[in-house]
Design a protein around this ligand. Structure first.
Ligand code: CA
Length: 451
């Protein structure tokens, strides 16, 4: 399929769900001011991009139930384009994007009431774009003013995200291909960062969190990814116990575990990997003991991840292993929680493991899609082939009374991305190792700048 037929096919699938007389209006994201006259790097809206493959700002898609697509986009403007880059422009848009019609975004206000005339239902993304409902109110008012001419405004307002979330939850072949590539590039970044850390210590230099972050960024951009899918977490020693710690300037010392949670964004799709490794390339015995528990928990979660299982099956599998491990290592007090069932029921793992094991992954790192099964009163979602989720158990040990000191200030998370298949799941991020012996072997290898 050529690029635009993938997007045309998605629009046709959405159109078929709008119901007779339905019209959907989906804007892309606005540009965001950073400071003075500098903007943040532009990131399109995921819903809009899913349906168009169009990454310019100031664009709108109008789709009707008959499958007719109208795009509003920035007009060609030679002078502006010299400063801010080439624009596709409405003239070239139909051939490039497969839309039936395209106009300048300057004509949006004037043309939208016409496009909505006679529509029965207006579908908008709810809770995504500030000010969208106020604008829609204006178009509807204009239609109502023409009531005497026989024009009726749509009688229903509905959430188009409800339809799109379900579509986006199952990744099609094109999306899976991109996500495999995003996973491989993200893994290459982790490999670089691990090697750099150990190599600097071997050379008598002091690696800091920012050195490792630089390796991630290098690998991502070098492979053609547009950037990071989310701010990279590079956390040395005690910092790893702060779940959303951003890469800072702390030194990675011999004896520290470094936790990296980072992934690239490739053509709108996110990779999301966590690895935890010894800064100097060798786990201490207590570090390895904790690490083995998290790794076993991850394997149990992976084994529980398959089509037909519930979304929370991997989490429950991981929790049982983590809790048993915490009991075995003496982090959970056996006198208060004599066995794993009691410890699980009393959630004795909570001081050490306070997040869920999985989230949906796709264009958004915490991707859209309901986590519960419709009509089953909160029962967890049943997994289907093509769903993509992270599998990321962890243990975070802060200094605390009753917790053996040898485990203090150690944060370990192991995270891989999985595509659900009929038989199980396909891990798309294993180009960076997880076995402790493999990590140590990798970190012993010489750091090669351009690999
Ligand atoms: Ca993550």
């Amino acid at each position: 399929m050529t690029q635009h037929t993938i997007f045309s096919a998605r629009r046709a699938r959405l159109a078929a769900q709008l119901g007779a007389g339905g019209v959907a209006i989906i804007p892309t994201a606005p540009e965001q001011r950073r400071n003075r006259d500098s903007d943040y790097p532009y990131r399109h809206d995921s819903y809009f991009y899913y349906l168009t493959g169009f990454a310019e700002p100031d664009a709108w898609l109008v789709l009707d139930a008959a499958g007719r697509s109208t795009l509003f986009c920035r007009p060609k403007d030679e002078e502006r384009e010299i400063w801010t880059g080439l624009r596709l422009g409405p003239q070239a848009a139909p051939a490039a994007l497969g839309v039936e019609a395209a106009y300048s975004v300057d004509e949006l206000e004037q043309r939208l009431p016409q496009l909505l005339a006679g529509a029965q239902a207006l579908w908008l993304p709810f809770g995504v774009h500030q000010g969208l409902f106020e604008r829609a109110e204006g178009w509807l008012e204009e239609l109502r003013a023409k009531a005497r001419a026989g024009v009726q405004p749509p009688a229903q307002l509905r959430d188009v995200c409800a339809l799109l979330d379900e579509m986006r939850l199952i990744k099609d072949g094109d999306e899976q291909r991109l996500m495999r590539r995003a996973g491989a590039i993200s893994a290459a970044g982790h490999v670089r960062a691990m090697r750099r850390c150990a190599a600097m210590l071997r050379a008598g230099q002091q690696p800091c969190e920012y050195h490792l972050e630089a390796e991630l960024l290098h690998a991502f951009r070098d492979a053609g990814a547009q950037g990071v899918a989310y701010p990279s977490i590079v956390a040395a020693g005690a910092n790893a116990c702060v779940l959303h710690y951003p890469a800072g300037s702390a030194p990675c010392r011999e004896g520290d575990i470094v936790l990296i949670d980072a992934g690239c964004e490739l053509d709108g799709y996110a990779g999301d990997i966590s690895r935890s490794f010894p800064a100097g390339g060798r786990f201490t015995a207590p570090q390895r003991a904790l690490y083995e528990v998290v790794l076993a928990a991850q394997q149990a979660a992976i084994d529980a991840c398959r089509a037909g299982a519930r979304f929370d099956a991997p989490h429950n599998a991981a929790l049982a292993i983590l809790t048993q491990g915490l009991l075995d290592l003496g982090l959970i007090d056996r006198r208060r929680h004599p066995d794993v069932q009691t410890a699980l029921a009393q959630r004795a793992y909570l001081p050490f493991y306070m997040h869920r094991t999985s989230h949906w992954l796709g264009m958004d790192v915490h991707d859209c899609g309901s986590y519960t099964e419709a009509g089953e009163k909160g029962a967890a979602r049943i997994l289907h082939p093509g769903m993509v989720l992270t599998i990321e158990p962890g243990l975070y040990v802060r200094p605390a009374e009753g917790v053996p000191e040898r485990y203090w200030n150690t944060g370990i998370r192991i995270e891989d991305d999985a595509i659900v298949t009929d038989a199980g799941c396909e891990l798309i991020t294993r180009d960076v190792p997880v076995e402790p012996n493999d990590i140590e072997a990798l970190m012993r290898q010489d750091y090669i700048l351009h690999k």
